[in-house]
Ligand binder design. Structure first.
Ligand code: GCU
Length: 684
């Protein structure tokens, strides 16, 4: 049973009618010129394990080219090694770094990577096909849309996880890297199968003690178990580390990024890390935000701060992922104050000043992982800089594993959004891949926060979000439904009714959650002071975080217009600015994000703002009730353990959606005094 959790979508469960295919399947696996612990070696092992699990087929694994009679074989390796052993490929595929060629035509299955990592991806792809019962002939090449396909794990040194909902850290405990690397290796295996290539193992609110001699050795041990899977390790840095007491490192009196002693300090620490981890991916930096120190502490620019690390990493080939999530506490009594403005205000003036190995990591929306946000305007505002999108797999504001929300449809509202920079097509997905502004670097960072829980994330279903995240990092145009169907087959088997139910249910979860939490672009309306869980609309004003609704007795919404408001809409390129600046052309689902309106303002759908609030909260909670029945229809069609575990969550979600509904509708009913036309709200 534990297998079902830990193995995630890599169960290699037997498929119906497996024996029919056994004869046509390879009986020899050639992991071409693989050295122990290399990705090609791992690919050989996975193929052996997969063919055994899915089909009960015993294979022999070889590590050199040879003659195995007429028996079908699978060859996995790099294109170069293949060419040396077998001669040039007839139709040589166009591959870039990490890409691969997969052909199941003829006697020999070819799985050939541009590099070893690509070969391993290809092996997982082949096994994914087979595990889904697909034994058709295919021959194609595939390449990544972008080189940065990272996860971020907000793990603290004491073993707790910031915004983690699945137990303790698999990397740290009691201030040091854990001794047992089993889970780290298993995680690397899962991530490699979805083509993630780097993991930042500690919290963005970082601690300097990570850089102690002992912990650098620990980072090395994590890197050693992840390397065979083609996964590099990265770390988050605390900007003021030079002035912190760190075992084995010098202690300075300044962390000014332009001070020569500070430059030397970071150069030395970086060299020590690369001595132990020669392929370290790079640094993730949160600076001058939410109380964190940074270059601005010394009146230096964020670019000067980022470049300090870029220069230390450059000789080693590492990247700096510098977070655009920079803002200061602000006062709501000033009408034009707006946290949403912060990223563009800070970063646009610095465009062109970041070194080549810096990537600006931008949260999908301008605030903070809300249930709906417009695409961050920063994607279009720094065309001379490399950028990556930051998505959140751990459902911080979205129910924390007690509600199920399938996230790709939300992410796609941003990835597919056309920012119309220079009045030309400027899809966010084309910007992060570097295509739109001709950048070599770019990609995705996903905040995952897995823990020691046997399900990794805290619930079985939320693994569909991690799976889809990897697929979108490789190909941001991938389809939400197709990814979910694939994940369901791999996770729960091939029963078509299970797949259909899972798709129908999952695709309704995000709209339902939006409706019973915060619709019309008002944000999630969750408690933002402490837990980020459950309704707390009153916490959305009079706070210095700048997550505001500006709701009073007659009006609601943030006026982000150029003329009367905070000017945020003016941060977009002209066509988009015009759309959002104008009430008439702003879509209903972002109306209160951009405009401060009367509760009686009539929406495009014909309802007033307040009536739509009532109606959608009732509709969302009603939909959440139906999830219980949908899930129950799977009884007997999936294993009891996962059925029961998720049923418990769906019953909770159904109940809690009513808590949400009632808290929100009563709050705004009390505030506005406007009755519900359907007479559901208040005393009557
Ligand atoms: C959110 C989250 C914090 C986190 C921050 C960040 O505000 O609640 O826990 O540190 O984002 O992304 O840096």
């Amino acid at each position: 049973a534990a297998e079902n959790g830990l193995a995630g979508w890599l169960r290699y469960a037997p498929i119906p009618g497996a024996e029919r295919y056994r004869a046509q399947l390879p009986s020899h696996i050639v992991a071409l010129n693989a050295t122990a612990t290399s990705p090609v070696y791992v690919a050989g092992q996975e193929l052996e394990k997969g063919l055994q699990g899915i089909f009960g087929k015993q294979c022999t694994v070889h590590h050199a080219h040879g003659h195995w009679g007429a028996a079908p074989q699978v060859v996995v390796g790099t294109v170069d090694e293949y060419t040396k052993a077998y001669g040039a490929l007839a139709d040589a595929p166009e591959l870039i770094e990490d890409g691969f060629w997969l052909s199941t035509k003829g006697q020999t299955v070819q799985i050939l990577g541009q590099n070893e990592r690509g070969a391993l991806y290809g092996a997982f792809e082949y096994l994914s096909m087979l595990a889904q019962g697909n034994v058709t002939e295919v021959a194609y090449a595939t390449n990544p849309a972008a080189p940065v396909r990272w996860t971020n794990e907000w793990n603290n040194m004491d073993g707790s996880i910031e915004r983690g909902y699945a137990g303790a850290s698999i990397f740290f405990a009691n201030g040091v890297v854990v001794a047992n690397m089993t889970r780290a290796a298993e995680y690397a295996r899962l991530l490699s199968s979805i083509r993630i290539n780097a993991v930042v193992i500690n919290n963005v609110n970082a601690n300097a003690t990570l850089l102690s001699t002992q912990n650098i050795e620990g980072i090395g041990r994590v890197a050693d178990v992840m390397r065979p899977y083609g996964i590099q390790v990265g770390i988050s840095l605390y900007f003021a580390s030079p002035t912190s007491a760190v075992q084995g490192q010098q202690n300075l009196t300044t962390f000014d990024p332009l001070d020569p002693s500070v430059v030397t300090w970071w150069t030395n620490v970086t060299e020590k890390i690369y001595e132990r981890v020669p392929d370290m991916a790079g640094y993730l930096v949160k600076a001058n935000s939410e109380g964190q120190p940074g270059p601005i502490t010394y009146n230096r620019t964020l670019a000067e701060g980022a470049n300090l690390f870029a220069k230390a990493l450059q000789p080693h080939g590492g990247l700096v992922l510098f977070r655009a999530f920079v803002y200061n506490p602000i006062n709501e009594s000033v009408w034009k104050n707006d946290r949403a403005n912060a990223a563009v205000d800070f970063f646009q003036p610095l465009d062109g000043e970041f070194d080549d190995n810096v990537v600006i990591q931008i949260k999908y929306g301008p605030i903070d992982f809300q249930v709906r946000e417009p695409a961050s305007p920063l994607f279009a505002a720094i065309p001379k800089s490399n950028v990556a999108i930051e998505l959140q797999i751990t459902p911080e504001y979205l129910g924390q594993q007690c509600h199920h929300v399938y996230l790709p449809p939300l992410w796609k509202t941003v990835l597919d959004f056309d920012l119309r920079k220079d009045n030309e097509s400027s899809l966010v997905r084309d910007i992060i891949t570097g295509k739109r502004f001709n950048k070599k670097l770019g990609g995705s960072a996903g905040v995952v926060n897995v823990g020691t829980n046997q399900t990794w994330l805290g619930s079985h279903l939320s693994m569909s979000n991690l799976y889809a995240y990897g697929r979108l990092a490789w190909n941001p145009s991938d389809d939400s439904t197709v990814m979910l169907q694939d994940w369901t087959r791999l996770t729960f088997g091939l029963n078509p009714s299970v797949i259909d139910t899972m798709v129908q249910f999952s695709l309704e979860t995000w709209p339902a959650y939006e409706n019973y939490s915060g619709n019309l672009g008002i944000q999630t309306l969750t408690d933002i002071l402490y837990t980020h869980f459950g309704p707390n609309p009153q916490s959305q004003d009079n706070n210095t975080w700048g997550q505001w609704t500006r709701a009073d007795g007659t009006q609601i919404g943030m006026d982000r217009t150029i003329g009367n408001g905070t000017g945020f809409s003016g941060q977009y390129p002209p066509e988009i600015a015009a759309m959002y600046d104008n009430l008439a052309s702003t879509p209903d689902n972002l109306l209160l994000w951009f405009h401060h309106v009367n509760y009686t303002t009539v929406l495009k759908n014909g309802a007033t703002v307040i009536q739509d609030f009532y109606d959608q909260h009732y509709a969302g909670a009603a939909t959440a009730q139906t999830f219980v029945g949908m899930w129950q229809s799977l009884q007997g069609k999936i294993d009891t353990e996962r059925f029961t575990d998720q049923l418990f969550r769906q019953v909770f979600q159904a109940g809690h959606s009513i808590v949400w509904r009632d808290a929100i509708v009563n709050f705004y009913h009390n505030l506005s005094g406007i009755p519900d036309e359907a007479k559901r709200v208040g005393s009557h």
